[in-house]
Design a binder for this molecule. Structure first.
Ligand SMILES: [Zn+2]
Length: 455
């Protein structure tokens, strides 16, 4: 079908999308019964069931997940030989986080300067109505769907309680698909079609250095007395070179990011860097954020300044975190960090390293029939070339999906561009992003079957 027809169809559905989003935003669906009544989440889930059933998906229902939240799922069988796509979104939202800072009612969709405001307008209810709009457009044009469609709409994403992460492997066949669209991110900027192709992994360790049986007077013993605070400072400094690049033995810190550039000035503003203070590291912002490991000292246990005494201390400790690019697992990086630290302990001090956390980086599909179809769909919908960005936070579900469906192409996109201020007060969505992503998703669902030999 000519793209202009589909574009017009999607455009004609935007009034309905706004009405739907207004209904959805009105549910105070924070998945924490200590903050909001659980009926708010139940009612939102029921709304999602009804809305997707009306698009023509079958067996749309909600199932409890191990954390007690309800996940909504449904499907439309694949036409002969066509592949199946799983569409992800979530109906729970962040709490208001500063009620007095909202300039319009938190739970009432409000239009201002061409944007639609309200909690969840973008994250992730804007993506729910985007899916609905894409499916409605296809149904209007074709009377059905050109490929198999499955839906999973989660009810506790913002809580980090992992209900869906446990649900997926237990219900692998229910959600099995050839391609998975994780629709809970956004474009680099309004109008710039962007796939989030990597998520940083992380690891952290605690290190404790001990040298004396007790703190000793610094006048009487300072000098030759082995000082764990000095040793800790030297150890921590060994994690960086003089330019501020992270230098952990065995971890490559030279990779380049090949997608979108993150302008240095924009980064300074986003990161609240003070005037005159220089960024760390030798690469571009995107290299340092998305392509290389970065170490951060999260905490140090030494006596606080106020109340400190004239003593060489007996012990000192720190928690060190590493954020990781694709190409290394959380475990490999943790092993490298532990070896780096243990091999450098000065003056034979006792050293105890405790391993705290690991999470693997995630890499989305960057080739394959679904990627190619989605790329061309996004480029046509936005009339611009596709770009890619990484994301610093982790989405543990992505690794679960990759492990459960190793052959599926997984891609991350959505309506949550930076101006949406997701999780902050005055969250909003740009309706043109809903419209263009919906058009791209509909085009993708049309084109993907043609480029793919079914599995
Ligand atoms: Zn979200």
């Amino acid at each position: 079908m000519p793209v202009d027809d589909l574009r017009a169809t999607v455009n004609g559905l935007m009034g309905r999308a706004k009405d739907d989003l207004a209904e959805l935003v009105a549910f105070r669906s924070v998945a924490d019964p200590k903050q909001y009544p659980p009926e708010e989440c139940e009612n939102a889930a029921r709304w999602v069931v009804d809305a997707f059933a009306e698009t023509g998906l079958r067996d749309v229902a909600m199932s409890p997940t191990p954390d007690g939240s309800m996940a909504v799922h449904g499907h439309a069988p694949a036409p002969d030989g066509a592949p199946t796509v799983l569409l992800y979104c979530h109906y729970d939202v962040q709490p208001p986080l500063g009620e007095s800072l909202w300039t319009s009612p938190i739970w009432k969709l409000t239009e201002r300067d061409g944007r639609w405001y309200g909690r969840g307008a973008a994250d992730c209810k804007g993506n729910i109505v985007m899916h609905l709009t894409a499916l409605r457009a296809l149904r209007e044009r074709h009377g059905g769907f050109p490929c198999g469609v499955k839906l999973i709409c989660e009810g506790s994403e913002e809580q980090g309680t992992g209900g869906l992460e446990e649900f997926v492997p237990l219900n692998a066949d229910l959600l099995r698909a050839d391609a998975i669209l994780v629709v809970d991110t956004g474009n680099f900027a309004v109008g710039v079609p962007t796939l989030t192709t990597t998520l940083r992994g992380m690891t952290s360790v605690d290190i404790t250095l001990t040298a004396l049986d007790s703190a000793m007077h610094s006048g009487m013993f300072g000098g030759p007395a082995p000082d764990p605070v000095v040793a800790l400072i030297q150890l921590l400094a060994s994690l960086y070179d003089e330019h501020g690049n992270t230098t952990v033995d065995g971890l490559d810190a030279t990779q380049r990011w090949t997608g979108v550039e993150y302008p240095a000035e924009q980064f300074r503003a986003d990161a609240n860097v003070l005037d005159g203070v220089k960024p760390m590291g030798d690469g571009s912002v995107a290299d340092l954020l998305w392509a290389r490991p970065s170490a951060t000292v999260l905490g140090i246990d030494v006596p606080p300044v106020i109340g400190s005494s004239s003593a060489v201390h007996a012990a000192a400790a720190a928690r060190i975190s590493l954020r990781l690019p694709p190409g290394v697992t959380g475990k490999q990086a943790q092993d490298a960090l532990v070896a780096h630290l243990e091999s450098r302990v000065p003056w034979g001090m006792r050293c105890e390293v405790r391993r705290v956390a690991v999470g693997d980086p995630f890499v989305g599909s960057l080739e394959g029939p679904a990627f190619e179809a989605l790329k061309s769909a996004l480029e046509e919908a936005f009339a611009r070339p596709l770009t890619t960005e990484g994301q610093g936070g982790s989405i543990p579900l992505c690794n679960v999906l990759a492990e459960t469906y190793p052959d599926a192409e997984i891609m991350l996109l959505g309506v949550e561009e930076p101006r949406c201020l997701i999780h902050a007060p005055n969250e909003s969505v740009d309706p043109s992003e809903i419209e263009h992503i919906a058009l791209a998703e509909a085009l993708f669902l049309e084109r993907y079957p043609n480029g793919q030999s079914p599995s």
